[in-house]
Design a protein around this ligand. Structure first.
Ligand code: AMP
Ligand code: MG
Length: 526
């Protein structure tokens, strides 16, 4: 019955845990532990991504088959699957946290599709592993829907990310204290099958360095380079240098995209940083509604705001420094590691500048355009304006903005507070006229305004997975109606297209959602 072919290189090439005991414990001298998913009561398919099914080599008939929810709910294995949990550590909120590991993720195997591509299939919420510490190895429906939808939304937005094949409801209840206030409640459980070429994190390397297990660390570096970076050339040291530089570069590119679309990860611990530069581990993430560079969606981070929107580039670099520390024993000198960190700074600097210019429709930047950009971010914040809607509206501004009067009318419904709008109306109107003039060279010829709009619309999405939308889909699905999950998945397939029939899903956050859990702030409890 299996349409999938597996080549499980991670466990074939790397040392495994000799113990089969799945009680929580420190696992020494091994990259992984063999562990079986724990069966669930009644696995049912709630949603799936047809693109990801195709990617891993599954047909729609496979997805609809009776075995699909059993396999992707953890009740059954397909031939060739060899489930395991990986050992990793990490720096959490700036501090070394020791061993973490796949506490509720279980990799089923590395599927090879008919193009020869490798796609690791990993269940999240499939039961306890040796790395579960004091937790249950499970996941709730709300966080599973959030991970499923956001992975796919990010992919279609053009942001490097892990993917999601399916959400299977388990029929079991899971106990969670959502607000960490002592009021634990039962919630429906679910399992996401996520998919990526590799789920290796910075923390996979850090754990072995922290224990002085440099031999295993070297094996993991070799496997990563051979399996996931096969294009790198040179001798062993040259390959390692090129590899680290590429990790830094990919991480920088990912962060530029996050900043572009207004995504805030929320928990950028080193165990949540992918060695492939993919967005990974969707937890208390969020999307900017009103532009606030200090915003973090994560309630656990509300005090220090370490993982706020504007801090993400600096945190990414800090995380790369932790990775560089961990890799020191694998290099003959620190030169290549320093070069990688420099590569991050260069790639991010140039990438960010080009990205911002593109969002504003500038072909090149100069001093006066940089000043316009600064001014815009200033009023976006002070006048409490919607980040996504503002840039989209800018692209559609008419070719001529009247010299007099209130030009903020041209922006549509982007303001969250009329009083603040009133206070900044004049300044914003004036800015819009100057912005129009600055982009005029591009719009002088007939058809040029359309060309500019198309260029801007290609980098400024109309649709993002706003927190309140995901929460509405979750509320409905919890009540038994998964249709909005399907709708959001459909809309997010073409986030740069107008899709007038779905225009209400581009609307700014409604007032009722301003302080509602799941819509503005999220806890880590998932
Ligand atoms: P996170 O901050 O969500 O990426 O998780 C940090 C660590 O906690 C990882 O090692 C996870 O596997 C583990 N973890 C989170 N939730 C659970 C759970 N419900 N059961 C077991 N381990 C968990
Ligand atoms: Mg994690």
């Amino acid at each position: 019955m299996t349409p999938l072919r597996f080549d499980n290189r991670f466990i074939r090439d790397l040392p495994g845990d000799p113990s089969a005991d799945d009680v929580p414990r420190q696992v020494q001298g091994a990259c992984w532990s063999a562990v079986h998913p724990t069966p669930v009561a009644t696995p049912r398919l709630l949603a799936h991504s047809r693109e990801v099914a195709r990617l891993v080599g599954l047909s729609e008939a496979d997805v609809q088959a009776a075995w699909f929810p059993r396999v992707f709910g953890g009740n059954e294995l397909l031939p060739g699957m060899q489930p395991y949990a990986a050992c990793y550590g990490g720096h959490q909120f700036g501090n070394w946290a020791g061993q973490l590991g796949d506490g509720r993720a279980i990799t089923l195997g590395e599927a090879i599709n008919d193009r020869g591509e490798r796609w690791e299939l990993q269940l999240k919420g499939a039961g306890p592993t040796p790395y579960s510490r004091r937790a249950d190895g499970r996941a709730v429906l709300r966080s599973s829907i959030r991970e499923f939808l956001c992975s796919e939304a990010m992919h279609h937005l053009g942001v490097p990310t892990t993917r999601a094949l399916s959400v299977v409801t388990t029929g079991d209840q899971v106990l969670r204290d959502m607000f960490y206030d002592g009021n634990a409640a039962l919630e429906p459980g679910a399992i996401v099958c996520r998919v990526a070429p590799s789920f290796i994190r910075f923390g996979n390397f850090e754990i072995f360095a922290s224990r002085g297990e440099h031999g295993i660390l070297g094996q993991l570096v070799d496997l990563t380079i051979a399996r996931d970076f096969p294009h790198l050339a040179g001798d062993a040291q040259e390959k390692r240098a090129a590899w680290f530089a590429e990790v830094c570069e990919r991480t920088a590119r990912m962060i530029v995209h996050w900043m572009r679309v207004g995504f805030v990860h929320g928990v950028m611990n080193t165990d949540n940083m992918s060695i492939l530069g993919l967005t990974i581990d969707y937890g208390p993430y969020g999307w900017l509604d009103d532009y606030d560079p200090e915003w973090t969606p994560n309630t656990t981070d509300a005090q220090g705001r370490r993982y706020r929107y504007s801090q993400q580039p600096a945190v990414a670099q800090w995380n790369l420094l932790r990775l560089a520390d961990a890799l020191q024993s694998q290099f003959e000198g620190v030169g290549p590691l320093q070069a990688g960190i420099d590569r991050f700074a260069e790639t991010f600097g140039a990438g960010y500048e080009a990205m911002i210019a593109a969002k504003f429709g500038f072909v090149a930047t100069d001093e006066s355009r940089s000043a316009l950009v600064q001014e815009a971010f200033n009023f976006l914040y002070h006048a409490e304006m919607d980040y996504t809607l503002f840039f989209r509206a800018l692209g559609s501004l008419p070719a001529v903005v009247d010299a007099e009067g209130d030009a903020t009318m041209l922006l549509g419904d982007v303001f969250y507070d009329e009083a603040k709008r009133d206070a900044h109306r004049g300044a914003i109107s004036d800015w819009l006229r100057r912005w129009r003039a600055a982009t005029m060279p591009a719009v002088e010829s007939p058809g040029a305004p359309d060309a500019l709009r198309l260029r801007m619309d290609a980098v400024n999405p109309k649709y993002v997975l706003r927190n309140y939308l995901a929460q509405q889909a979750i509320d409905l699905a919890t009540a038994g109606d998964p249709s909005m999950v399907e709708t959001l998945l459909e809309v997010m397939r073409r986030p740069y297209d107008e899709q007038p029939e779905h225009a209400h899903l581009a609307a700014r956050r409604p007032e009722w959602a301003r302080h509602r859990a799941g819509c503005s702030m999220l806890s880590c409890s998932s």
